[in-house]
Design a protein around this ligand. Structure first.
Ligand code: NAD
Length: 295
């Protein structure tokens, strides 16, 4: 029987642990970490993410700041807001919700965030630090995957890992994190030849593609551990006309009979992301303020 790696439970336990750390920080230092989230425009999905981030930040005992800007905001005005947050000593973490409107250069905006407050880990300095084995703030989704893997395995050293997807947000930082754990890492992508064969060699298979259920059981070695990062909204006629449902990149129902462990979608990697964002905010605060904490 495959073990279902329950990201909801893991994230809840992580948030409880972080709450404990925040309350120790309050006692020891008389202050708590603060997270500022910047939302540009009125994309409904982004609004939900930002609201959830604010709620969970406060539930964890930290300070939460929200900055909402119109979709027509000029890039220079957005950069001014980020500068103010960079200069504000009470702000430990800054997150700019993506995607940004087309007239704004997203990478320029991300690179204007103080790297020490870059809790999404997307700044080029943090990407470089991660790639070269330095102390970095690491993107939340791949770090969540690593925490799940560390919880499941006693030892990651020497494991054959295949990461499918080479984005800067998931695939590349995931591979860098696993290299740091002394895994043997292969990154596969849309131009890889013999994808099925490459995946069959994996002790750990991580799918971050964005293609509904493309990883069938034929891609999976018997007894592998599979993390499904993909979130795809597809039609669900079985639920009624016009209804939709979320599926991952892995064909879960057939894969689960082949694996040692697997994350479901929804309820796997997805719930980990905000919990790890809170963890990164605490880490950023402790680094900046020279607070001691046990992360
Ligand atoms: P992306 O579109 O930036 O990258 C997708 C990657 O998949 C690319 O590197 C591409 O080379 C590869 N790819 C595309 N088609 C392929 C194919 N047929 N075979 C092999 N590789 C192929 O996407 P992303 O931002 O990395 O996100 C990937 C998925 O993860 C999406 O479904 C996204 O919604 C999801 N995601 C989830 C979370 C979360 O759980 N919180 C966070 C980020 C992304």
């Amino acid at each position: 029987m495959a073990k279902i790696l329950d990201g909801k439970v893991f994230a809840k336990n992580l948030r409880d642990e972080l709450k404990g750390i925040v309350s120790i920080l309050r006692e020891e230092y008389g202050n708590v970490p603060g997270l500022a989230v910047v939302l540009v425009g009125d994309n409904p999905a982004s609004e939900v993410y930002v609201r959830n981030k604010g709620i969970q930040t406060k539930e964890c005992g930290m300070r939460s700041y929200e900055h909402k800007l119109a979709s027509t905001v000029q890039q220079d005005d957005l950069l001014k807001v980020i500068k103010q947050l960079n200069d504000d000593p009470e702000v430990d973490g800054i997150l700019v919700q993506l995607p940004l409107p087309n007239h704004i250069d997203s990478q320029k905006v991300l690179d204007s965030i103080d790297p020490e407050k870059d809790v999404d880990g997307f700044h080029i300095i943090n990407a470089g630090r991660l790639a070269t084995g330095g102390d970095a703030l690491v993107p939340c989704t791949p770090l969540g995957c690593l925490l799940l893997l560390k919880d499941h395995f006693d030892e990651l050293t020497g494991k054959n890992v295949v990461v499918i997807g080479r984005s800067n947000i998931v695939g590349k930082p995931m591979a860098a994190l696993l290299l740091r754990e002394s895994c043997t890492v292969t990154i596969a992508h849309s131009k890889s030849n013999n994808l099925e064969e490459i995946c069959q060699r994996a002790d750990i298979l991580i799918a971050a593609v964005g293609k509904p259920e493309m990883i069938t059981k034929d891609f999976i070695k018997k007894g592998a551990v599979v993390l499904d990062v993909g979130i795809n909204r597809i039609a669900a006629p079985e639920k009624g006309p016009g209804k939709m449902k979320l599926v991952g990149d892995v064909a879960f129902h057939e894969a689960k009979n082949r694996v040692e462990a697997i994350t479901p979608v929804p309820g796997g990697i997805g719930p980990m992301t905000i919990a790890v964002l809170l963890r990164n905010t605490i880490q950023a605060a402790c680094n900046r303020r020279a607070w001691k904490c046990d992360l």
